[in-house]
Design a protein around this ligand. Structure first.
Ligand code: SF4
Length: 170
């Protein structure tokens, strides 16, 4: 044990500094923290719904919880049930198979609720458009408050979108 402690003190911090693109979290994070504390009692719960995405949007959403962005430190966390959520974060062009599930998920979120359509597919159908298998955009199925463009949107884009949504007038 002493050997490990000695090594920790000797080596010190070796974490790499944030890259330029990630540095925006130092500005966005505290802003988000302030709004979440003020409007959500310090805890914003997000339910993510993949309504037919290619999963690249999900990879960027996962990245918001990596050690660079670490969204939880600003009071934002993802929940498994829509009944515990304040905000729905929806990706994909809404496949017909997901249409009813998306409506039911929306209905299950308690009022007042916020909805973000994340990624070009969710915004307007994107790569998939409106086809025999897809509806075309999230707003054709449920009301949407904020649109986040990008294919896929970066974690910074997503955090900006969340910040915009939580800052909307009630
Ligand atoms: S917006 Fe791009 S990355 Fe996201 S689901 Fe559509 S095709 Fe995939």
């Amino acid at each position: 044990m002493q050997r490990i402690l000695r090594k920790i003190f000797k080596v010190g911090k070796i974490t790499e500094p944030l890259g330029k693109a990630e540095q925006t979290i130092d500005v966005l994070g505290p802003k988000l923290d302030r709004v979440v504390k003020k409007r959500f009692q310090g805890s914003l719960a997000i339910r993510q719904v993949d309504a037919g995405s290619c999963n690249a949007c999900e990879l960027e959403i996962h990245a918001m919880n990596n050690p660079y962005y670490d969204l939880e430190r600003f009071g934002v966390h993802f929940v498994a049930s829509p009944r515990h959520a304040d905000l729905l974060l929806v990706t994909g062009p809404v496949s017909h198979n997901m249409e009813i599930a998306l409506k039911m998920t929306y209905d299950a979120v308690p009022n007042p609720k916020l909805v973000i359509a994340a990624g070009d597919c969710a915004v307007c159908g994107g790569e998939f458009g409106r086809t025999y298998a897809t509806v075309g955009s999230v707003s054709q199925v449920i009301p949407v408050d904020v649109l986040i463009h990008g294919c896929p949107p970066t974690p910074t884009d997503l955090i900006q979108g969340i910040l915009m949504a939580v800052g909307l007038p009630e």
